[in-house]
Structure formats: structure tokens, C-alpha cells
Design a protein around this ligand. Structure first.
Ligand SMILES: [Zn+2]
Length: 89
């Protein structure tokens, strides 16, 4: 019994350690404004250099930014996901 409790403690310690690690990584990703990410925080697609320079502190690629802003459909035009779908069919 006692051994079981000890193991539980060890496991939750490990989980806490990995959460701390994860938090540190998330905070590293949450770069201060002015520092652009090289890769999208959502899909990890590379953010083009011109976009990074145009938008200081940019964290999302164009697709994810538009989705988050809700402008993806409003912009219309070329829909990469749509063409991906048609390729699958
Ligand atoms: Zn993205």
C-alpha cells in the first residue's frame, strides 16, 4: 500500500516537472511584441520573411491569422484548404 502511494507521488512529481517544462516553452513562444516568430504558433508553418518584417511580433501565418480574425471567408479568393479537399476526393 505504502509503496503504491510513493509511486503516485513520484508520478505526479514527474507530471509537474513536465508541466513546468511545457509552461517554459509556451512562455518562450509568447515572444514580446517586436519579436516575430519564424514559424506559425498554430500550425508551425514557416512565416515568410516579408510578413515577419511587415508585422512586428507576428506569431501566426496568414491562414491562421485570418482564421483567428474571422476574415478567412470574407477575403474569399484562393482557398488552400478547399483545393486540398478536392485533391483528396
Ligand atoms: Zn499557421
Amino acid at each position: 500500500m505504502a509503496g503504491g502511494w510513493a509511486r503516485d507521488g513520484a508520478v505526479s512529481e514527474q507530471i509537474e516537472a513536465s508541466i513546468t517544462d511545457e509552461l517554459a516553452r509556451m512562455q518562450a513562444r509568447r515572444a514580446p511584441v517586436g519579436e516575430s516568430l519564424t514559424h506559425c504558433a498554430e500550425c508551425e508553418e514557416e512565416i515568410p520573411e516579408p510578413r515577419r518584417q511587415a508585422i512586428p511580433g507576428v506569431k501566426l501565418c496568414l491562414d491562421c491569422q485570418q482564421e483567428r480574425d474571422g476574415t478567412y471567408k470574407a477575403r474569399g479568393g484562393i482557398n488552400r484548404r478547399g483545393s486540398k479537399d478536392s485533391q483528396l476526393k
